[in-house]
Design a protein around this ligand. Structure first.
Ligand SMILES: [Fe+2]
Ligand SMILES: [Fe+2]
Length: 310
């Protein structure tokens, strides 16, 4: 009898959580419409200095923001039968907001004299197609949803931190117009995305069976990577972005501190039961690897120059 009462109570909790999540998405949609493209002032005092200082950041961030269009294709594959609240969030709220972030950042880099972004908005990897086919089994789809929320948590937390640093850097350069009309409005929209994934992840995790949790933990540990980093070139680009933002200072303690912030909720949910485990070490290692790839490339270039090669 007690068991029946517990399961009824849990179902009640889930219903309430879903209603809260739906309210959150509705509020995000109402309070944060996509940033009007004509609200942006691209006036720059020294576009050359801005491009030199933050070129890699604009290139990476604009590409990743524009690639949400492909991410939605991936989600449609991964989650063939998503809860309505998820679909409403990513299709009606998240996609239009992020797309405008991408368009605005891309215009900014072109205005600063840099190349326009070349996002991949159509090609979905085979790995995701396979996962999508498996996702017709509901136990698999639940794991795919959990992985989606965890990816979203890390990505949105990273975005908040990156835009804070980019805003501070632009103010420091005296580029107040673009700090106030490009970066400030974008960074206001990211915490709502983070809150969505956090709420959804905390709701779903306790519903997973222990084998599903084990598989989610294993997949995160084996496949974690920064968003939009699939090729060696993109890894190098991400390494340069971390350097330009001061996330990678050359001191591993700083990078670990950043990784801790990115992985905090994931650690609490997935790993806190393992006392003493470093806050997800795979997050730190992925970041350190990108930082290393960027540094190696610089080293290669320097040695080529030193050798007198073109
Ligand atoms: Fe964004
Ligand atoms: Fe976002």
């Amino acid at each position: 009898m007690a068991l029946v009462d517990v399961s009824v109570a849990r179902r009640g909790d889930r219903g309430r959580n879903q209603a809260k999540l739906a309210d959150h998405v509705d509020r995000l949609g109402e309070e944060h419409p996509p940033i009007p493209l004509d609200s942006v002032d691209y006036t720059m005092n020294r576009p050359d200095v801005l491009a030199e200082r933050f070129g890699p950041v604009l290139s990476y961030m604009s590409r990743v923001e524009l690639e949400v269009e492909r991410n939605v294709l991936e989600l449609n594959l991964l989650l063939p039968d998503p809860p309505e609240v998820d679909r409403h969030f990513y299709a009606d709220v998240w996609l239009p907001q992020e797309t405008h972030h991408g368009i605005i950042l891309d215009r900014l880099q072109v205005e600063a004299g840099l190349d326009a972004a070349t996002p991949n908005v159509t090609d979905v990897s085979l790995k995701l197609k396979v996962l999508g086919a498996l996702g017709r089994v509901s136990a698999v789809q639940d794991m795919s949803r959990m992985l989606y929320y965890l990816t979203g948590l890390a990505t949105e937390r990273s975005a908040v931190l990156a835009y804070n640093k980019l805003h501070a850097g632009l103010v420091e350069l005296g580029e107040r117009a673009v700090a106030a009309t490009v970066v400030a409005p974008i960074r206001r929209q990211e915490p709502g995305h983070f809150a969505y994934y956090q709420f959804a992840a905390r709701d779903l995790w306790p519903q997973l069976a222990s084998w599903q949790r084990w598989l989610v933990r294993t997949l995160r540990r084996k496949t974690f990577g920064p968003v939009g980093v699939d090729t060696k070139q993109q890894k190098v680009e991400f390494g340069h972005t971390m350097k330009a933002l001061g996330i990678n200072t050359g001191d591993e303690a700083d990078l670990r501190h950043y990784a801790t912030q990115v992985g905090r909720v994931e650690h609490e949910l997935l790993w806190a039961h393992r006392k003493g485990l470093r806050v997800p070490d795979y997050v730190f290692k992925a970041l350190r690897s990108a930082a290393g790839a960027a540094a190696d490339l610089k080293g290669d270039r320097r040695s080529a120059t030193e050798r007198g090669e073109p």
